[in-house]
Design a protein around this ligand. Structure first.
Ligand SMILES: [Cu+2]
Length: 257
């Protein structure tokens, strides 16, 4: 299996050298907490990234426009807690929050628009993850109010590897039909193997009600990025450019042993 991965890497290299169409790496906004179940009060660490999760490499994430936590219907600003970090050449942000009482905590980020020359568009991934504290198990379905967002229909924690996950994509307050949702595992230890580039990100499309379902075979952090072209453009050098908006959700699947 190791050999297969090096063959893929070799294949990508050849494609780059020969100028062949290399598969587009999927971009994902990321909000990854230390864990998504807090059994007692305490501090939780957070990572904010704009990344290629399976490749475990990424882009520079400028200081987000917004980063915070929503709990009990209230939002708390976490921007002041963010510290700039580097992995390779890419900038990411480290944050933390002290959880004091039971509840579900939705950690979210709104990044600044990212200019992607390869796609001739801006990218904005509204990203979130949900942490349950002290078994409250309440509030995980609450929308944060992002322009595009995945509302979990499956409770987004306490999941095993192999579970399936169902969510509904909401854009401007309405279900988004026919949208592509990219699904990718965070290969943070670099030990996951892919037999072909199509395995980098999987894709599922939303139905007429904006609903999608996906089974997830491995333990670890899995991201869903529901994508659409926004109804507003952003100017780049005086020219209006498309904006890809993504509603991104991260969930954790525990290994089955
Ligand atoms: Cu990229």
């Amino acid at each position: 299996v190791k050999k297969m991965k090096s063959m893929i890497k070799f294949g990508l290299l050849i494609a780059l050298v020969l100028g062949l169409a290399a598969p587009a790496l999927a971009h994902f906004g990321m909000v990854i907490p230390d864990k998504n179940l807090m059994e007692r009060p305490g501090e939780i660490g957070l990572q904010f990234r704009f990344w290629h999760p399976m490749e475990n490499s990424g882009m520079n994430l400028a200081k987000p426009k917004a980063a915070g936590v929503m709990t009990g219907g209230k939002k708390i600003d976490l921007l002041p807690s963010l510290k700039e970090m580097k992995q390779g050449k890419a900038t990411w942000w480290k944050g933390s929050y002290k959880i004091k009482r039971p509840g579900d905590y939705i950690f979210y980020m709104e990044p600044q628009p990212y200019w992607e020359p390869a796609e001739d568009c801006f990218i904005i991934h509204y990203t979130k993850t949900i942490v349950d504290a002290l078994s409250a198990e309440e509030g995980w379905e609450q929308p944060t109010g992002a322009k595009i967002e995945i509302i979990p229909l499956t409770r987004p924690y306490g999941l095993w590897a192999g579970n399936s996950f169902t969510g509904q994509v909401i854009y401007k307050g309405k279900p988004l039909a026919g949208a592509d949702v990219e699904v990718e595992c965070y290969n943070d230890k670099g030990d996951m193997q892919i037999p072909a580039p199509a395995y980098l990100a999987q894709v599922v499309r939303t139905d007429a009600n904006g609903v999608f379902n996906m089974a997830l075979p491995f333990p670890g952090w899995w991201g869903f990025a529901a994508l659409t072209t926004d109804d507003v453009k952003i100017k780049k050098d005086g020219k209006p450019k498309d904006v890809e908006v993504g509603g991104v959700l991260w969930i954790y699947l525990h290994p089955v042993k």
